[in-house]
Design a protein around this ligand. Structure first.
Ligand code: ADP
Length: 489
């Protein structure tokens, strides 16, 4: 009879087994606890933990054992029940540890005991069942831990990818709370995060993706927002990219292209008057005797006007390069601005008549200013000339109207026309160097695209501003504001 059982009742043994098993929280201690529990029930000389795979027996802890018992172990594995094999001076007890018909291992003990009561057999069966379930749970728990570890690892991997990109990535929930953001998002320039608010609302409202480009502190950013619906939850994924480098390159390429166009336009602009001068002077030299006085005067007048045109073009070029090199300085004098405008109107009268445009300026009042007369002449001349040049052939009462007034020490000149007008998107660009509006209406009209850039630079040299209000098809209004200037003592 097993001695130990005598010491404790069946139920106290049972509760002891339950207590010991309930303390186990990992596989290693499960094996040790099993040894310990068996030791409390009977004298154990030695114990082993066998696994049977494809009818082959393996000892889990690689402890030496008598291979004669292998057949018994295989039998115990198939039998799925506690079995005792008595030998001469001792006995083997095999306890299969299994759950859901899967045997985890066969616990084997060598004991001097030779007689096993029903109670101890019941306790071993109970141990077999309990430890089997314990193993099942521990293995499942291990798998879950492993799975979580893999999920965590994948998450970290994805995070490190999302953090290594130069783009700022953020996901907002429907309530505009951040569900995810990468490190770059927190480093975004001030002002951008605020800008995102309206983009999130628009994306959620329209439920489709949208893109836009913004400029903040001289830097350009592209913002792409994507509508995401995940498990019935609406999200907005936003990617912000710094595209300043690309923009800068685009700008340089554009300036380069404009310069090439400018060169070809300039050659064309210079060649036209030159060809005319050459043709007329050749005719005069070759057929001087055959030409009457009237024709001669007509020819000379054309040569003179083409020479003037050439002169203006070259002056423009000279001014342009001076402005570029910042070597242009103002020579301020006291003069009557209304007088200057009347003079310009007279000079452009013929050009206006030829284009059927009326120049309206009715101001003979003396309005004294202290500015660079030549440069102011150039500015006003250029604007009035443009108004005539870009007049609308389709319109009947074509006009350019000039007004002047003083306001708080500032001279304000307004030049208004009902010419072809300028596209909204070209409004700022027309002041850029070499920029020419690209429409079927302007195609035919000659120009170099430097006029308005010179005008703007000259006005700014006078510490003034120039503003454009325009409507395509209707007309344009240029408003110049410059400090009237004070004469040096
Ligand atoms: P250019 O006249 O030599 O082309 P400008 O710098 O003077 O160059 O003008 C730039 C562009 O602005 C023009 O090509 C034209 O398209 C547009 N523009 C300028 N003035 C007017 C105007 N009064 N009405 C309509 N378009 C204008």
């Amino acid at each position: 009879m097993v001695e130990k059982l005598k010491d404790a009742s069946f139920y106290s043994n049972l509760s002891n087994i339950i207590m010991e098993i309930s303390k186990v929280n990992d596989l290693d201690s499960a094996y040790k606890t099993l040894s310990k529990i068996t030791g409390t029930l009977m004298e154990v000389d030695k114990d082993f933990f066998f696994k049977v795979e494809d009818d082959k027996v393996k000892e889990i802890f690689k402890t030496a054992y008598n291979s004669d018992i292998e057949d018994m172990i295989v039998w115990a594995n198939d039998n799925l029940d506690v079995s005792v094999f008595p030998e001469e001076n001792f006995s083997y007890i095999f306890v299969p540890i299994f759950s859901l018909n899967k045997t985890h291992f066969i616990y084997t003990a060598i004991s001097k005991e030779d007689d096993y009561s029903n109670e101890i057999m019941m306790l071993f069966r109970f141990i077999s069942f309990m430890v089997g379930n314990l193993f099942e749970n521990l293995i499942l728990y291990d798998r879950i831990l492993n799975k979580n570890f893999i999920i965590e690892k994948n998450k970290n991997f994805l995070n490190s990818i999302l953090n290594s990109t130069n783009d700022s990535i953020v996901v907002f929930s429907e309530n505009k709370e951040i569900n995810f953001k990468n490190e770059k998002y927190d480093q975004l320039e001030e002002g951008i995060q605020e800008r995102l608010n309206s983009i999130i609302i628009q994306t959620l409202d329209n439920q489709h993706n949208q893109s836009e480009e913004i400029e903040i502190n001289d830097k350009f950013y592209s913002i792409d927002s994507n509508f995401l619906e995940f498990e019935n939850e609406k999200n907005v994924l936003i990617v912000v990219r710094d595209i300043s480098g690309t923009k800068e390159l685009e700008k340089l390429k554009k300036v380069d292209k404009m310069k090439m166009e400018f060169l070809s336009m300039m050659s064309h602009e210079l060649r036209t008057p030159l060809s005319a001068i050459k043709a007329y002077s050749d005719t005069i030299i070759d057929s001087y005797e055959m030409l009457d006085d009237e024709t001669l005067i007509e020819f000379f007048t054309t040569i003179q006007s083409e020479t003037n045109h050439l002169n203006r073009l070259l002056n423009d070029l000279l001014d342009f390069s001076k402005l570029e090199l910042k070597t242009l300085s103002l020579e301020k004098t006291k003069f009557n601005i209304n007088g200057l405008i009347n003079e310009i109107c007279n000079t452009l009268e013929e050009f206006a008549n030829n284009n059927d445009v009326e120049i309206i300026f009715n101001n003979d009042k003396e309005l004294e200013v202290y500015l660079d007369r030549t440069r102011m002449r150039q500015v006003i001349f250029n604007l009035v000339q443009n108004a005539i040049k870009y007049s609308d052939k389709e319109k009947k009462d074509k006009f350019v109207k000039i007004t002047t007034k003083m306001d708080n020490g500032n001279l304000i000149i307004v030049i208004e026309d009902n010419s072809i007008g300028i596209k909204e998107e070209d409004k700022e660009k027309v002041f850029d160097k070499f920029y020419r509006s690209d429409t079927s209406l302007t195609y035919e009209i000659q120009g170099t695209g430097v006029g308005l850039s010179i005008v703007k630079d000259m006005v700014e040299l006078h510490d003034g501003t120039i503003e454009l209000d325009t409507n395509l098809g209707k007309g344009s209004t240029f408003t110049i504001t410059v400090p009237r200037g004070v004469e040096d003592e």
